[in-house]
Design a protein around this ligand. Structure first.
Ligand code: FO1
Length: 316
């Protein structure tokens, strides 16, 4: 599966109920990664990890449930004296006390020369996961967002968290993507898997960075018939996050048909929710097949039914 954060994690969770976790691989976006507090933070990897470990905070959609924030509170004391221009305590980006352990471990292991792939596997094992969680690349790729009204380009987390993704976007750039490589295991997964699922993640900033890596679109295009995408836009709105607004701001139709136009070259099937039934002709006009099935994973039953339908579609 090509994965971003929350939507992908929810689908992975449902998939675990209908398909062997040991036969499931997630290729996860690292364009959101950042080194705030000089720590190696990988939000989408951690959201998938924590969700599959049933440790995610369901209200926030990120970080750990039952979290405490004592380290952050202590940091806020120093933020008061921090010189302007210093990045020592970016307290607009909160790290919970338990979540901190993940970043401390990952940062130290990377400093010892371990690859992000290796460290991600160690962290997944520590949480008892059987799915294979793979970063899309072991090299740095940074999603940069150009803000329309401010006329500046900022790293993704500044757009998403500091600006609460309420500001209009004029452009996206995946810094480092053309020099970075899909990891070996991720490449093999995209070639050898029976079915590739494009998770219901933001097509532009969660799936986009993965596709920006050399050869990903070519690899998927070659096996397009067994690539199934799930629309993250239902009834014209994103189930979570700014995908609908971002698509509109960047010239795409914020609908399941707009998603089809983005994915038509790499996936033969788009799974849409019944509310979008009227869009089937527009989706088929892109050359994709539309499959209509409840796509809002409001309970585990619906999630598992969606997962079954997606797997079947990839095998047809
Ligand atoms: N999102 C927020 O809205 N505010 C935060 O302070 C915040 C901190 C944070 C720390 C670790 C982490 O893994 C995720 C965190 N997120 C936070 C969510 C993060 O911005 C998003 O999960 C993704 O980058 C977008 O999918």
């Amino acid at each position: 599966m090509l994965c971003g954060g929350v939507g992908a994690a929810r689908f992975m969770r449902a998939l675990a109920g209908v398909h062997h976790a040991t036969d499931t691989t997630a290729v996860i976006n690292t364009g959101d990664d950042n080194s705030l507090y000089r720590l190696a933070i990988s939000p989408d990897i951690d959201t998938v990890t924590y969700t599959l470990a049933s440790a995610i905070d369901l209200d926030r959609g990120w970080g750990l449930s039952g979290e405490s924030w004592r380290a952050m509170d202590a940091l806020n004391r120093y933020a008061k004296v921090m010189p302007s221009g210093s990045a020592a305590a970016p307290t607009w980006f909160s790290l919970g006390d338990q979540d901190l352990a993940t970043h401390l471990y990952r940062t130290s292991r990377l400093a010892e020369g371990a690859s992000l792939t290796k460290v991600t596997a160690e962290i997944a094992a520590a949480w008892g996961l059987e799915q294979r969680l793979l970063p899309m690349s072991d090299e740095a790729v940074s999603t940069m967002v150009t803000l329309r009204d401010e006329g500046v380009e900022v790293p993704f987390q500044e757009y998403f968290v500091k600006c609460h993704h309420q500001v209009a976007v004029a452009g996206l750039r995946f810094q480092g993507a053309s020099e970075a490589q899909l990891t070996g295991p991720a490449r093999s997964a995209l070639i050898d898997s029976e079915v590739v699922v494009i998770a219901p993640s933001n097509p532009l900033v969660s799936i986009g960075p993965i596709r920006a890596l050399p050869e990903v679109d070519k690899l998927l295009g070659r096996r397009r018939d067994s690539v199934v995408a799930i629309s993250p836009i239902v009834g014209g709105v994103a189930l979570k996050g700014p995908a609908d607004r971002m698509m509109l701001e960047l010239g795409h139709e914020p609908s399941a048909a707009g998603v089809a136009r983005l994915y038509a070259s790499i996936a033969a099937t788009l799974v849409i929710d019944p509310v979008d039934e009227a869009l089937v002709p527009a989706i088929e006009a892109t050359g994709m097949r539309a499959i209509v099935t409840p796509s809002v994973m409001s309970d585990i039953e619906i999630g598992q039914q969606l997962a079954r339908r997606v797997l079947a579609a990839g095998r047809e």
